[in-house]
Write a protein that binds this ligand. Structure first.
Ligand code: NAP
Length: 285
């Protein structure tokens, strides 16, 4: 059944022109019979965030996704924060229930669902995360929730890797290292999964990759790059040529979108429609 109801959604960030979310959600709304649900890119500079959030209430937006640079700062303007977003310290989805704004982080469930789809069980595994930024925090929390046995963070800045590890010491066995150190090179030899959360290799800088010798990984380790453009980064290509199983970031993007859609509407979207919209828009870039 097609509904004539009008609701507004959007993505709040700066810049937001590159975002694939408008096409992905709009396709899912239309397929579900909500052709009048709008999804708008909202380009908001940092100093204007408070006014923008108040504006969401005034304009009666049902929800927004949140991206760089607002994922951390938006929390202070919300009425409630869900438990995952609180631990991670970042919000990527806001739902408006009659003027009450609640912040969520769906990157965690997107990441864990993507691992499940790839048949990787984080329980009792040794996971290695490259990078210590926002996405690494969400992934680290997901791995702690699912009881990974040991989590190693490698970054170009060892202080940041150690600070991130320290924030999660109450939740699991987490350590941070300089990714060029001998200790790190030794420790990755027992990794079950290596996850790149840095932008190294992302379009247009497709010839870049993290400075990791993949030959050090044990046979069968899953090499996961959360970048989705290009579909096969230099890291994944190198891993594939060495015989490792690989996974790119498209399923995480799609599955975090599925969870945000569920929070917005109480319904499960048509994932095939969302995936098709993502792939079509990625191809046209
Ligand atoms: P972020 O908070 O800026 O963190 C980026 C991390 O990468 C930091 O640790 C940063 O180190 C490191 N880094 C950046 N440039 C580097 C370089 N040239 N050499 C070495 N390290 C470098 O970004 P984020 O939000 O975590 O996002 C990171 C990536 O994940 C992006 O490519 C984003 O598109 C992708 N992502 C994908 C999904 C998905 O659904 N698939 C979801 C979220 C994010 P410093 O702190 O030293 O700068």
């Amino acid at each position: 059944m097609v509904s004539s109801e009008i609701k507004n959604f959007g993505i709040l960030g700066f810049p937001v022109g590159h975002s694939l979310s408008p096409q992905m959600y709009k396709a899912a709304f239309t397929a579900a019979g909500f052709p009048n649900y709008n999804y708008i890119p909202l380009s908001i500079q940092a100093g204007k965030l408070y006014m923008a959030v108040e504006g969401l209430k005034g304009l009666g937006f049902r929800g927004v996704n949140v991206t760089i640079p607002h994922k951390t700062t938006i929390s202070r303007y919300l009425d409630a924060i869900d438990a995952d977003a609180l631990v991670i310290g970042a919000v990527n989805t806001v739902v408006n229930d009659g003027g009450m704004l609640t912040g969520y982080n769906t990157d965690v469930s997107g990441f864990l669902a993507a691992l499940a789809e790839a048949n990787f069980l984080p329980e009792d595994s040794h996971a290695v995360i490259l990078g210590a930024g926002g996405a690494a925090r969400a992934i680290l929390w997901g791995l702690c929730k699912r009881k990974a046995e040991y989590i190693t963070i490698g970054a170009r800045n060892p202080q940041k890797a150690q600070a991130l590890a320290n924030d999660f010491l109450n939740y699991g066995a987490v350590e941070g290292f300089d990714w060029n150190s001998d200790e790190f090179k030794e420790i990755i030899q027992t990794a079950d999964i290596l996850i790149n959360t840095t932008p190294l290799g992302m379009f247009p800088n497709v010839d870049n990759m993290p400075p990791i010798d993949l030959k050090l990984l044990p046979e069968g380790a899953l090499v996961y790059d959360i970048i989705y453009n290009p579909a096969e980064t230099k890291l994944l290509k190198t891993a594939r040529e060495l015989g490792f199983p690989t996974l790119n970031g498209l399923s995480m993007l799609l599955l975090q979108g599925k969870e945000s859609y569920r929070l917005y509407t109480g319904q499960i979207p048509d994932l095939k429609v969302m995936a098709k919209a993502l792939e079509k828009n990625l191809k046209s870039r």
